[in-house]
Design a protein around this ligand. Structure first.
Ligand code: 5GP
Ligand code: ZN
Length: 123
């Protein structure tokens, strides 16, 4: 069992670092210098893609604070994937931050959901 507290996953133990490195298989739909995008293993919509930075950051605020334009890059990639998937007109982008907000993998990821209608508020 990990000795690391929730949210403190080191990059060496991180699932999404493993996907970025190509050590963990994933259905990758886009990759570039800063980002990798792959289909969620438990898709909640016809299009459900996770966009991650290559560098390990636990959440969106950490990525933003690093000051390298990483959040912009995630949103740009999400928009490009939405266009490629034919859902560019209507899609939802979500960053869950913290376990109580639904975060289960502590390598920041932007959920891109599209291809169906969505309700508000979310559950
Ligand atoms: P979170 O709950 O942290 O916002 O989102 C984590 C997402 O990662 C979930 O939607 C979950 O289905 C997805 N996920 C968990 N493990 C894997 C995996 O091994 N491969 C892929 N492609 N997605 C995963
Ligand atoms: Zn990571």
């Amino acid at each position: 069992m990990s000795v690391y507290r929730r949210g403190m996953t080191p990059a060496s133990e991180c699932l999404f670092c493993g996907i970025v490195a190509g050590d963990v298989p994933a259905d990758v739909v886009h990759d570039d210098e800063q980002t990798v995008a792959f289909r969620d293993i438990n898709g909640q919509a016809p299009t459900h893609v996770l966009v991650v930075p290559r560098d390990h950051h636990p959440n969106a605020a950490s990525l933003a604070t690093a000051g390298q334009g990483g959040v912009d890059a995630l949103v740009r990639t999400a928009a490009a994937v939405a266009a490629a998937e034919g859902v560019a007109e209507d899609y939802r982008l979500v960053f869950n931050t913290g376990a109580e907000a639904g975060q289960s993998v502590f390598h920041v990821h932007l959920h891109l959901l599209g291809g169906r209608s969505f309700t508000w508020p979310p559950g």
